[in-house]
Every structure is written in structure tokens, then in C-alpha cells.
Design a protein around this ligand. Sequence first.
Ligand code: AMP
Ligand code: ZN
Ligand code: FE
Ligand code: FE
Length: 321
Amino acid sequence: MGGEGLTLCRASFIKIEFNYKSSISISKWVEIIIMGYIDLHLHTTASDGVLSPSEVVRYAKAKGLQAIAITDHDTIEGLEEGLSEGQRIGFEVIPGIEISAEHSPGSMHILGYFLDIHHPFLNERLGYLQKARAERNPKIVQKLNQLGIDINFDEVLKASGGGQVGRPHFANVLLEKKVVKSFQEAFDRFLKKGATAYVDKFRFTSKEALHFINEAKGVAVLAHPKTLGVNGYSELEKLILQLVEEGLKGIEAYYPEHSSSEVAQFKTLADRYGLLMTGGTDYHGMEKNGLDIGVGRGEMKLPYSIVENLKAVRSRSLLGG
Ligand code: AMP
Ligand code: ZN
Ligand code: FE
Ligand code: FE
């Protein structure tokens, strides 16, 4: 390693220490240098991301990451393309998903890693979710029409670029048509829970989601626990305990919106319940929220050892341990 490289490494080390004081040690930094860094939470055009699965894979490699997981909302449609692009260019791609589970008052998302994408039960469950989504989407159009907004489903379909249609695509059309001034205004006025054009859609319970992820040989991880909207540590602990009993294996502790004290809290829970600590940026395309792959808003570099830990947990579960 040349002198310049070392200086850069030192700079990134200082930033890591600053962001995650309590959780990233010198040894982790050394790991990042030696083994590379990863991002285990990414979206593609198969759901509401900006880049196609192949583009995300090529972008991650070009940025110098060591591995990524593609975790589209409720769909594995982008995985075959992402995995084969990874093979083609020699880059590790982990087949993943992000399932929205039934929960209130906040939202519960469950990540699944190393899924067997051809597993019949997984495909049947996801087919059910696609059907629920297909039934919901025209109802949103109808509600918007009733509010006097000129919009049709073909326009939304076009905005989705051929992948799964979600509310962000409605928001983009409303923005394009100048019905709203910003993407967020579209959610706040029309699309978010309780707003005028909101239509609820079916969600599996956490137990059901964890069951089919585990059946498909996946490792289940609770995404961004902050969005659960639970009241304080003891309520969070109770919920985590329930999820562990239902088959949860990890917690997404490292996430752009998590403060270092929250990361420390998630670490306490992870240690207590034998959960893995994972992380990712939730990259949807920089233009969406300013978060970049592998680093988030700055130096959120996570070491490859997280992937090794996931693999170890998966092997243990497959052996029935
Ligand atoms: P859908 O799966 O079609 O219900 O859309 C869910 C997606 O909409 C989420 O993954 C977010 O990207 C986005 N979303 C949900 N609620 C909001 C909100 N209040 N503000 C902005 N984006 C949101
Ligand atoms: Zn999304
Ligand atoms: Fe999420
Ligand atoms: Fe996500």
C-alpha cells in the first residue's frame, strides 16, 4: 500500500469512528481495508429503485465494494438478472428481499438473505403479494380521479419502468403532472397512510414472513428497527423477543438514519438474543434521497465479516442447529 492510500484509509477510519463510535473498532477498520466493504440493503427497478439490477451490480463493483445484497420490496424479480451480472463480472451478489409485514403504528420490514429463489413456497407467497398489489393499485388511481386528478394506470405503469408498481411511482407521476411540487408532497397529501388516496394492501404477519423466508433457506433480519415506531427500549425488546421466537436471525443495526446511541442499543439487543448485526444504506438511487451505495451519506462502510457471519448462520440453520 502506498503512502497516499494509507492517508485515505486513515481519513476514512476517523470518519467511521465519528459515526459509529461505540461499534466500529480498529479491528473492524483493518477488516474493511483487507476484506473490503459491503452493502446489504439495495433497491433496483424491480421495485422502486432507479438502477436496474445489472446496473446496481456494476455500480457497486465500480465503487469498490466487495459484495452487495439486492433487497427489493416484496419481490425477487430482479435477482436472476443481478446474480447473473455478478457472475459475469466477478462480483458477489447475495439474493435478498425486503418484506413489509403487518405492524402498527410504524412499519415493519423484514430482510431475507441467501434465499433459494426457486423455492416453490417462497414464490407462491410472493405471488400472493403481487396479486394484492395488483388489486390495490387501480384503487389508488380511482381515488385520485375522485379527487379530480387526471391520472390513469398506464401512466403509472410507464413510470415503474416495467418492474413492480408501487406508491413511489404514483408520486413520480403526480410530480411530473405538477399536481404536487415534490415527491414528498405526493405522499403527504395523497399516498401515505391516512392520506386522501391511500389504499391499504395485504401484508403478511411477521410470523408468516419469517416462516417463508426460513423455508426458502434465507436468513431473516429486521430492517431499520427505528421505523417500527415502538415506545422505548422495553417495548422494542419485547417485540424483538417475539420475532426471535418466530425465526428472526439478525437486526439491521447499521443504517443511515441510526445514531450511534441507537446502534449501541441494537447491539445490546443483538448480544442478548444472539442476533447478527447487519447493515445497509437502503440505496434507491442517489437522486431519490441523496444516499449512495456502500457509504450512505458519508462513510458508512461496513466490513465483509458481516457477510461471513450471515453465511455461518445460514449453514448452521441448514444443518438444523
Ligand atoms: P408500496 O410498497 O407501493 O406501498 O410503497 C412503499 C414505498 O413507498 C416505501 O418503500 C417507500 O419508498 C415509500 N413510502 C412509503 N411511505 C412514505 C412516506 N410517508 N413518504 C415517502 N415515501 C414513502
Ligand atoms: Zn423503497
Ligand atoms: Fe424498508
Ligand atoms: Fe428498503
